[in-house]
Design a protein around this ligand. Structure first.
Ligand code: ATP
Length: 303
């Protein structure tokens, strides 16, 4: 029998990101507030249990690698390895890619998370979300968040693995995401940050992170703006001045709050006024940038 399921894979933004230390094994310890947003890829998964097992990925964008390196296939393989089945069906996955790649929006990670959820629902209904997150962590640091984040915003500590439900942004905000057209490699961003060791390792990191979570809880965007932070901004702006220019333009074009997401380079403008957001996105498009409109994904909705 052929079965088909369609699932959205949502991009993530960081409203707060600070590296607070480095462990002896080289991993960075951080404080982060993350929320999924409505900008999404779409995965259509078709299984056919009358056919022998095979696993195939197709994507509508030729620049997306569809070989075994793709996090979608890595996630599927990891799930099958953890829960071997006597007979797996034929599986075809069609990926409609909307999330800009290498943008600090966790595009690949969220595709992997959606794959785990959809295949669990289709083939392993008894597997819990916790068990799925254990597999997710073997695929990438952001993948467990991309599963849990579907239930609402999260704070992350440790090396990103200690996730907790956190206050969330108002779903009525309009976000303008602009790709400055450059790519940032996450390891290179961390190396650059390490070279400036003193810039953001301030002693009151814990107090400032708590203040941020309280600010998000208050729902007041001006307060969130004052408390929010991304320690990668200065580093990336000096490596790639164009990213800093987009940040400045976002402010000049009326954003109530502007932050880079993750290690960049996507710049996110937060707007209380949807019409102002639309005008800002249009202005970026007119000057040749890729700009996207989205809203925060909130817990109340069922995803
Ligand atoms: P992060 O925010 O987690 O650092 P990112 O959003 O910056 O991630 P991705 O869009 O996940 O970056 O892409 C990083 C690289 O991962 C791509 O250049 C691509 O080669 C590879 N990749 C593997 N699987 C996928 C996928 N499903 N979608 C996009 N890229 C993928």
């Amino acid at each position: 029998m052929e079965r088909k399921t369609v699932i959205s894979a949502y991009a993530k933004i960081n409203t707060y990101l600070e590296v607070v230390g480095k462990r002896e094994d080289g991993y960075h310890e951080l404080h982060s507030h993350m929320q999924l947003i409505t900008l999404s890829d779409t995965l259509t998964i078709t299984t056919d249990d009358t056919q022998p097992f095979s696993l195939l990925l197709r994507c509508d964008r030729p620049e997306v690698p569809t070989g075994e390196d793709n996090l979608i296939l890595r996630a599927a393989r990891a799930l099958f390895a953890r829960y071997p089945m006597r007979r797996l069906p034929r599986i075809e996955i069609d990926l409609e890619k909307k999330i800009p790649m290498q943008g600090g929006l966790a595009g690949g990670s969220t595709d992997a998370a959606a794959t785990l959820i959809a295949l669990r629902d289709l083939l392993y209904p008894a597997v819990t979300e916790e068990a799925l997150c254990t597999i997710a962590a073997t695929i990438g640091a952001d993948v467990p968040f991309c599963i849990r984040g579907r239930r609402g915003a999260q704070s992350a500590r440790g090396i990103g693995e200690i996730l907790e439900r956190a206050p969330e942004l108002d779903a009525r905000l309009t976000l303008v995401l602009v790709s400055p057209g450059t790519a940032v490699s996450t390891p290179a961003a961390f190396r650059a940050l390490d070279a400036q060791a003193d810039v953001c390792r301030m002693q009151d990191a814990e107090a400032r992170f708590s203040a941020m979570l309280e600010a998000v809880g208050s729902g007041e965007l001006s307060r969130i703006e004052r408390a929010s932070f991304n320690c990668f901004e200065e580093v990336i702006f000096s490596m790639q001045p164009r990213v800093g220019q987009v940040f400045a333009q976002m402010r000049a074009r009326g954003a109530d709050m502007t932050r880079m997401s993750g290690s960049g380079p996507t710049i996110v403008g937060y707007f209380e006024n949807a019409e102002a957001a639309r005008r800002c996105a249009d202005a970026f498009c007119e000057s040749g940038f890729d700009a996207y409109l989205a809203s925060p994904l909130c817990a109340a909705a069922d995803h």
